[in-house]
Write a protein that binds this ligand. Sequence first.
Ligand code: SAH
Ligand code: SF4
Ligand code: F3S
Length: 463
Amino acid sequence: MSDKEIKKNKVFLETYGCQMNEYDSELVRAILKKENYEFIADEREADIVMLNTCAIREHAHRKIYGRVHQIRHDRMGKPVMIGLLGCMVTNLRQELLEDHSLKIDFIAGPDSYKRLPDLIREASSDGTKGYDVTLSEFETYSDIYPTREDRGNPSTRPSGSLRVNAWIAVMRGCNNFCTFCVVPYTRGRERSRDPQNIIDEVRRLASEGFKQVTLLGQNVNSYRYETHDFAYLMEEVSKVKGIERIRFTSPHPKDFPDRFLDVMANNSKICKQIHLPLQAGNNRVLEMMDRTYTQEEFLGLVEKMRSRIPGLVLSTDIIVGFPTETEEEFEDTLKVISQVQFDSAFTFKYSERKGTIASKKYPDDVTDAQKTERIMRLNELQKGITYKKNKAHIGQTHTILIEPAISDKPSHNSVGRTDGNKLVLLSQNGYRMGEMVKVKVTDATPHALKGHPLNLSFHPSSC
Ligand code: SAH
Ligand code: SF4
Ligand code: F3S
């Protein structure tokens, strides 16, 4: 029997990259479940293995190639269809289809998931490769209700239970074309979902027990639907009963009007936390990146945010070793990091991406050794700041939202997150995910806070 003749209905789906890809995998589950596909956790039993890929850095690519070879190898000749989804396929469709050693059966780009049942059928019926990587100016999947995976620990989750966070994409695509970034090419143009449709989804999530929603978009705060902006959307979402916390990611510094900051400051459900990607601290580098702000403007924005939103928790993204970045220019990044004192930072070595403006205009001339040296210095500096920031919470009281336990072992204590998204390890266990617990912070590490519950009388195991 050939690969193509077996009944292919058991699917193993693995997701790489950002939260938007996680969300998209939930859409894919919903689309295929309707067509009688079953999702399973053991890839060895699957008829179809799908990898939802990321293209943001070279490392992400290499991982996928290695993974495809490993899947084929592990099957030891047992037939399996392999499909690639996500950002990598829009970027590298030709390469993927022509590389015969990979033997990919079908590929679907981020705007083609509704065609997946057809693509799988095409690939399995006549052996041609099913592929669709067309990018749409309209597709928002607003008619699909994602199948959200329950990542909780079943032993601590009562039936009909409280659940924790649901991702919800409110816009897709990006029009910014930062010169280093592949996302505008892999995900196409910006488009926003109808707010009413988003609110309906949030209501349904609340009725299913979710306590927190995180609004997603590649450029989430440039959300616009007719006359409605992101501030309007956040306010409307906050009116949904049962949702206790609202977060959003990733915003761009260019889209923070005062009105939005005021909405954030005055609305108790909107978490006082912003991920504010800086990328670089030097003005020449920022201009080459086409980030549309200067160091001074970024610092001014941070100051304004902090003065309007007391207790704001800030995190950032940094790229080191952008083409032609000198040692002095890198030191400007260190300077801004010291000055702003972010609570945390995600740091990356510049990785040249095919098709981007930077790949055409600027040779990748900072050596890997220089990038490594810079990222290590940056991480060292940020580690100290994060630890200091965490220690400043000792003695403070926070309400935390209990998350799925880190491990299923009953000996593992409950964990939760503060409004500012800091992880708190509790001195007790037995709390249910989705529960709000008041804690006093007793200690801190560079990675998390430690806390003691204050509302012990409501401790579930004592009821
Ligand atoms: N839309 C988000 C970014 C999404 S990508 C924003 O504008 O903030 C997440 C992060 O990956 C970026 O913030 C950037 O720091 C990093 N990144 C993107 N392209 C990169 C590249 N070519 N090399 C290294 N890091 C990159
Ligand atoms: Fe990429 Fe810039 Fe768009 Fe973010 S805003 S996704 S970094 S192009
Ligand atoms: Fe990667 Fe695409 Fe997200 S490139 S970071 S999966 S938008």
